[in-house]
Design a protein around this ligand. Sequence first.
Ligand SMILES: [Zn+2]
Ligand SMILES: [Zn+2]
Length: 99
Amino acid sequence: MPFVKLPNGMTAHVKVAKPRAHRCAGLVKCTDGNAVRCARSSAYQCDWPITGDKTCDAHLCAQHAAEVGPGVHYCQPHLARHRKALAPGGLFSRLGVES
Ligand SMILES: [Zn+2]
Ligand SMILES: [Zn+2]
């Protein structure tokens, strides 16, 4: 960690915030049928609730972040679960939640 000398002779510890390059966790189907990590730089995070106030937080690019509401984005597996829950006979429809 770098230190800087202040004008008054003291040294100060400088915390360098390293910007972590988050990459999209979405999967892209290759022409050979294999799925590979998308790896575009992340612009969103999955908002799927896990426990308490925790969310999935998978990093997603604009292409893989599925917007399900204002400012709410889901990753691909969680979008699938979301859609399933909204489907007839699914969890949300049983509870009478409008989609
Ligand atoms: Zn992506
Ligand atoms: Zn997710």
